[in-house]
Ligand binder design. Structure first.
Ligand SMILES: [Zn+2]
Ligand SMILES: [Zn+2]
Ligand SMILES: [Zn+2]
Length: 143
């Protein structure tokens, strides 16, 4: 899985005529070994902890490349931060976003997915993609 993503990214880099660099590979390793829903800042801090010579701009640009290559997806939870999550083949999930601590819980609910499809059918609408985010206060913050 991790290896397949590395290959996918390296193939993308090669197809773009870009050279693969050590710095980019380090950012890739950091990204693949972290939890999903990472902001650029969060990944930057992780990368910095391993190699202080890598700049913010490199991390920023590399994350954009991850998204273009299809190994990551950009997500926005309305707080002005761009986050990135891993993309798994054929997998889909939606999010519960805590507005206090910023934690993100993933969920999947078949009934909801089906209902969404029914709504689209009603309108003769062809769904290509969707995202659902519920905002509120997580169980930890509610304690
Ligand atoms: Zn969904
Ligand atoms: Zn919370
Ligand atoms: Zn997610």
């Amino acid at each position: 899985m991790k290896r397949a993503k590395k290959k996918q990214f390296h193939d993308f880099i090669a197809a773009r005529g870009l050279k693969s660099t050590r710095q980019r590979d380090m950012v890739l390793d950091c990204f693949l070994s972290s939890d999903s829903h990472l902001s650029t800042e969060e990944l930057y801090m992780k990368v910095r902890a391993k190699n202080s010579s890598i700049g913010y701009a490199t991390v920023y640009r590399t994350l954009k490349l991850f998204a273009e290559s299809g190994i990551a997806r950009e997500i926005h939870f309305g707080d002005g931060q761009t986050r990135y999550e891993h993309v798994a083949e054929g997998e889909h999930h939606d999010h519960l976003v805590c507005t206090r601590c910023g934690s993100v819980q993933e969920f999947e609910n078949e009934a909801i997915e089906k209902l969404q499809q029914e709504v689209a059918d009603q309108f003769g609408f062809l769904v290509e993609t969707h995202k659902m985010e519920l905002y509120g206060i997580c169980s930890k913050c509610r304690k």
